[in-house]
Design a protein around this ligand. Structure first.
Ligand code: DGJ
Length: 728
């Protein structure tokens, strides 16, 4: 049983395979946090709420209630009533004051997990997940706050969210609603997060936790290139195999905050939710607000265990696409091949050559519509540019299909160019503040998809094209962040709802798309990887990782991304050299080996690359077919890291039944006078015997996992090699 309640001690015990989460209810009705960590066999630890040592407990000493509120480890802190740490809920009442206080009311436990209306949410069947609802009330405001905990026993994951209902009689305003809080004693925690910029997303960063608040956030309207809705608190010296990790990850694609606060009492408060900046939600009597969910996991065996728990969880309980475990076609995308300069013949030339080399799908990227020959026009005018596609879109699609290839297409449905027929007809459809010229970014504005008629228009443009020809893949792009936040349709007291309503509008459009076209392979993208988040994975099984396709930069990006996301979600392509972003020259083989750790495809003009490089493509494609199932379903182990001062990078994917493993080794810099390196593998069967494919070498699992495997044959900078071990 995942969730237990002890009536006498007023405690909830949430168990996963290796972890326990304990919640207690105080005499006063406060819902306190007791424990999260290694699995406990019995109920215990209630003393961690420290009621006995707190002389300020309100029922004993009302005189000093604030001291209690500022200390008590709570499950869901509210603002305005004496807890000066970061709050999760700020409610303004009808006379304009902020303040709420929650008291336990009731609980229920159910099999399975409820869907969250309008939001992406993890799912699971009876037997896979149980959900606890703790209902709290603020008797003054008439507020009902339901704390939801869904326990995924097998994956060691607990998913949290919150529902706020106005059951009173006054109009309320929610000025902040976070989804989860974790109060714990500090254990010299360090914080690990992912940060970056355009073309270098999700680099891993680690720092000591200091007194005060340290936050990771986005107020850009999307999860962003710069920060990521993920935070882990780890004990000192945590490695891939050892140390404790507390991680939170947000199933949401808009503004977020995740924060760790080290307080005066050496407590840590970790919170996550929708960013409170520019957020305000009207809550009239009878209405409720559902916050997005937070995925929490605890590992007592380092980052590696956290990674594999999250990979399994996302594959099994968040990604819905029929392509989740299916072979994805090896694609060639024309963006880096042609940019805007293409026509039917050019695309067909690429397709013909691609087909000869085993590639299975042509993706036509930006520039096929309106009069778009550069990036400053036509977004919103989703009609085919017949100067480029002279025989029309469906003819092109059919010609590509008659070659035996599939066809995919690019859209940017959320945007509107200043120079577009759509903007000329509906200038108010762009997000903007009344009386102020909205800022352009990449010469475009953002469509106000909080409005139904705007969403319907944008969605219909996409659907119409998909109905017009047998197109099996869509790349849904989004190339700017939101600014000038104002909607022509929302009343003045609801403008603070726009950021969230935008995200809800996006989710609604993508839900329609995957419902109307259930067989479609959808890849999300945002100027590279600015909206690579669990929210988008609910709609698309893969997301374009970064506009930086340089194999060496990709090592960092893909390492950071794979820390929390399955390899099958990472859009990765082989591109031309010198690389268009960093100008680096890397071997074609290494570009292929690095892209193999993701969805795998090409992004180059196959008709123009050298004979020598082109000749390697059939082998790479064959390699993809051979390894993709293992890569899609296996356990990922980070073996060595270039970012961690090593001159090389190495990762392994081991089959869940330990029958085989694929090891990728990339030597970033050659080292003088170093002749071999020992790589210690993981996830194998100690007693098993493994043959290194392509050789006569046989090793025991124990040798490979304890003594290591010697890399002897990789020489020079940027060189790489794959090693496949199969149990005999
Ligand atoms: C940004 C994407 O990340 C690229 O792959 C490409 O699709 C361009 N947008 C097109 O404008």
């Amino acid at each position: 049983m995942g969730i237990l309640y002890d009536e006498v001690r007023k405690m909830f015990k949430l168990d996963t395979a290796h972890t326990t989460y304990l919640i207690g209810v105080s005499e006063e009705g406060y819902v306190g946090h007791i424990y999260y960590g290694k699995r406990l066999q019995q109920f215990g630890g209630r003393y961690l709420m420290r009621m006995e040592e707190m002389p300020f407990t309100p029922s004993v000493n009302l005189r000093d209630k604030n001291s209690f509120m500022d200390f008590f480890p709570t499950e869901y802190p509210t603002s305005g009533v004496g807890d000066y740490r970061e709050s999760c809920l700020n409610v303004r009442n009808s006379v304009g004051s902020i303040g709420s206080e929650l008291f336990y009311e009731s609980y229920s436990i159910e099999e399975g997990k409820p869907a969250l209306p309008g939001l992406p949410a993890s799912f699971g069947r009876e037997g896979e997940v149980q959900t606890l609802r703790i209902v709290c009330k603020d008797p003054v405001l008439g507020l009902h706050v339901t704390l939801l905990y869904s326990v995924f026993e097998r994956e060691d994951v607990i998913v949290r969210s919150v529902n706020i209902e106005n059951a009173g009689e006054e109009k309320l305003r929610l000025e902040k609603v976070y989804s989860a809080c974790l109060d714990m004693e500090n254990r010299d925690f360090e914080m690990v997060n992912l940060c970056g910029s355009w073309a270098r997303e999700r680099h891993i960063q680690r720092a000591e936790l200091r007194y005060g608040k340290q936050l990771v956030s986005s107020a850009r309207g999307e999860s962003s290139h710069q920060e990521h809705p993920f935070l882990a608190l780890v004990t000192p010296n945590t490695t891939q195999e050892t140390g404790e990790v507390y991680a939170m990850h947000f199933v949401y694609s808009g503004n977020f905050i995740v924060q760790a606060e080290l307080t005066q009492f050496d407590y840590v408060r970790m919170v996550m939710g929708i960013h409170g900046e520019d957020f305000c939600w009207r809550l009239a009597p009878g209405e409720s607000f559902q916050a997005p969910e937070v995925v929490m996991t605890y590992s007592e065996s380092g980052f590696g265990k956290m990674t594999r728990s999250l990979h399994d969880f996302y594959r099994e309980h968040l990604i819905r696409s029929p392509y989740k475990y299916k072979k994805r076609p090896v694609l060639i995308n024309n963006w880096e091949a042609t940019y805007f300069d293409f026509d039917t013949e050019k695309l067909l030339d690429i397709a013909r050559e691609a087909k000869k080399n085993g590639i299975e799908m042509l993706v036509m990227d930006d520039g096929w519509f309106g009069k778009r020959n550069c990036d400053d026009n036509s977004l919103g005018d989703w009609t085919v540019n017949e100067e480029k596609l002279t025989t029309g879109l469906s003819d092109l699609v059919n010609q590509v299909r008659s070659l035996g290839m599939e066809f995919g297409i690019w859209f940017e449905p959320e945007m509107i160019s200043r120079d577009s027929d759509l903007f000329r007809a509906h200038p108010d459809w762009a997000i903007q503040i009344r009386g102020r010229e909205p800022g352009q970014s990449r010469a475009q504005y953002v469509l106000d998809i909080s409005r139904k008629e705007v969403r319907d228009y944008a969605y219909e443009c996409v659907a119409k094209i998909l109905r017009s020809a047998p197109i099996t893949y869509v790349k849904w792009d989004m190339n700017r962040q939101l600014s000038d936040i104002g909607s022509a349709c929302l009343p003045s007291d609801a403008q603070g709802e726009l950021f969230h309503r935008y995200v809800l509008g996006l989710y609604e459009m993508q839900e329609r798309l995957v419902t109307d076209f259930p067989e479609l392979l959808l890849e999300n993208c945002s100027g590279g990887g600015a909206r690579f988040d669990p929210g988008m994975l609910y709609y698309s099984p893969q997301i374009w990782c970064s506009d930086d396709t340089d194999a060496i930069e990709r090592l960092r990006i893909q390492e950071g991304t794979a820390l929390i996301y399955p390899l099958s979600t990472m859009g990765a392509h082989v591109s031309d050299c010198p690389n268009h972003i960093v100008g680096r020259q890397t071997p074609f083989e290494t570009r292929g080996n690095v892209a193999l750790a993701g969805t795998f495809g090409y992004e180059l003009d196959i008709t123009k690359i050298s004979e020598e490089e082109r000749a390697q493509i059939p082998g790479q494609v064959e390699q993809y077919h051979k390894y993709r199932e293992l890569i899609q379903t296996g356990d990922y182990y980070r073996i060595a890291s270039w970012t961690d001062k090593k001159p090389y990078d190495c990762w392994e994917v081991a089959a869940k039944d330990a029958s085989q493993a694929l090891v990728t080794f990339v030597q970033v810099l050659g080292q003088p006078n170093v002749h071999s390196k020992s790589i210690v593998l993981r996830g194998l069967d100690e007693a098993g015997k493994y043959r290194l494919i392509g050789t006569e070498e046989v090793y025991t699992g124990e040798e490979l996992m304890k003594c290591g495997f010697l890399i002897r044959d990789v020489k020079g900078d940027f060189q790489s090699k794959l090693y496949r071990f199969v149990r005999e």
